[in-house]
Design a protein around this ligand. Structure first.
Ligand SMILES: Cc1cc2nc3c(=O)[nH]c(=O)nc-3n(C[C@H](O)[C@H](O)[C@H](O)COP(=O)(O)OP(=O)(O)OC[C@H]3O[C@@H](n4cnc5c(N)ncnc54)[C@H](O)[C@@H]3O)c2cc1C
Length: 414
């Protein structure tokens, strides 16, 4: 039996970030991750590895958290700044824009491949004092006692027993921990998939991200390093297989038709993968000895690029509370930490989920009055600097009370 202060189930982008944050804090941490890094991808299906083919728009707030974790220097070269966001409604008059210069910042956010973020986190974990990474390892059994939890974990097929004061579920949208603990969820299947790929346009506009609302749903084009743009193309479930099956020329022609000529000709398509889109919002964030973070707590539609950013804010708050508890000799799985985590995170999670869900449904609604109202809303937003500023602050993840990591400071330093 091995003793820990906390065991994180799931070493993906969010679980790995929490482990990084707690390295050197004096807390004894284990990470249990099922997938080996860089597991090979099957064509057309998202790979099972913890860091897959997604490309992530990181908010400015997330950059600060990564600076606090010490992972930003390893990631900076792979991260392309977003200096302007252009939002439009295909075939209609509504459009809006956000500009880094208007906000007095160098960039509104950054775009980086999930694999590059994962590699930077792995580098940090390799030097994280007090953190054991168990991989490939899978949760076998979980029993909650009054002052600790017992876990049975299969590490490379060999059963090991762990005892811990807190179990953190960072095991994604289908969280096994959440299911075992019978924590209920609010769930909505949108009936849409996101097809992701990359393209290289002939007339690039460096630093400009596009969100274009089309009749089948939003189409995002995010600037990447090397002159590429990441494509996140929302399609009705019934159309997904046909689009994935197009040859490269037909795929580019269809994408160009939807996106238009703003970046010139779209060339050199990358591999394509599809992800089903859904909302999963846990109704309870904690139970005695258990806390949910990241997608295990909230799986969102990617329309506003908020899922991981929200998860990283969970990490920043929970790390703060855990380090405080450790320094003051309190129980890391006790009520002070769990109640504090719930109180600090519930509002942000609920409001981001609500905004994302509303956007995801509003912008596929073909009913003409709804369409006219949203186009008018976008124009009004574009013309009103105060509203634009408020939206930009939200996009940048800079609102509200900021924990240490969100101010770019290590969680473990006091
Ligand atoms: C198409 C698309 C585009 C997106 N774009 C953006 C964006 O631009 N910006 C943004 O902020 N977010 C974006 N997101 C959301 C973002 O990808 C997720 O919010 C984020 O990856 C969630 O990370 P996570 O670590 O919580 O969960 P996951 O990435 O799902 O990781 C969970 C980990 O737990 C492991 N695991 C699961 N069960 C077990 C078990 N029983 N035992 C051990 N290990 C287990 C898995 O192997 C996995 O590594 C996007 C999502 C999609 C689908």
């Amino acid at each position: 039996m091995q003793d820990y202060d906390l065991v994180i189930i799931g070493g993906g982008l969010v679980g790995g970030s929490l482990a990084c944050a707690l390295g050197g804090s004096g807390l004894r941490v284990a990470v249990v991750e099922a997938a080996t890094p860089q597991a090979p991808a099957r064509r057309d299906a998202p790979p099972p590895a913890q860091y897959d083919e997604r490309v992530i728009a990181l908010s400015l707030g997330s950059r600060r958290i990564f600076e606090g974790l010490g992972v930003w220097p390893a990631l900076a070269d792979a991260a392309e700044p977003i200096r302007r966001v252009h939002v439009s409604d295909r075939g209609h008059f509504g459009f809006a824009h956000l500009d880094a210069a208007d906000e007095g910042v160098e960039a509104l956010g950054y775009v980086a491949p999930a694999r590059a973020i994962g590699a930077a986190i792995e580098g940090c974990l390799a030097n994280a004092a007090g953190v054991d990474v168990l991989c490939p390892a899978r949760l076998g059994g979980l029993r909650i006692q009054r002052d600790h939890a017992n876990l049975e974990v299969a590490v490379a097929g060999v059963s090991r027993l762990l005892r811990t004061r807190l179990v953190v579920a960072a095991d994604g949208g289908d969280s096994d921990v959440r299911r075992r603990m019978k924590l209920g969820v609010r769930e909505r299947a949108y009936g849409y998939d996101a097809i992701i790929s990359t393209v290289t346009p002939t007339r690039p506009e460096p630093g400009v991200a596009f969100e274009r609302f089309t009749s089948s749903g939003p189409l995002a084009m995010l600037p990447m390093t090397g002159g590429r743009w990441s494509v996140v193309w929302t399609t009705r479930e019934r159309d997904t297989a046909a689009i994935l099956g197009l040859d490269d020329t037909a795929f580019l022609a269809e994408l160009q038709r939807r996106f238009g000529g703003r970046l010139g000709e779209l060339t050199r398509p990358g591999r394509r993968f599809s992800y089903p889109l859904r909302l999963v919002l846990a109704q309870q964030l904690t139970r005695p000895r258990i806390a949910l973070i990241g997608n295990a707590a909230h799986t969102l539609h990617p329309v506003a690029g908020q899922g991981f950013n929200l998860g990283l804010r969970d990490v920043a708050e929970l790390a703060d509370l855990l380090v405080d508890a450790h320094l003051t000799g309190r129980d890391p799985g006790g009520p002070a930490v769990l109640d504090g985590y719930r109180a600090r995170r519930r509002g942000d999670q609920r409001s981001v989920a609500l905004v994302t869900d509303t956007l995801a449904r509003l912008f596929v609604n073909p009913f003409p009055p709804v369409r006219a109202a949203r186009d008018a809303g976008m124009l009004a937003l574009d013309l009103c600097p105060t509203a634009r500023h408020a939206l930009a602050r939200r996009f940048m993840g800079l609102g509200g009370r900021l924990p240490r990591l969100a101010r770019g400071l290590p969680a473990a330093s006091r």
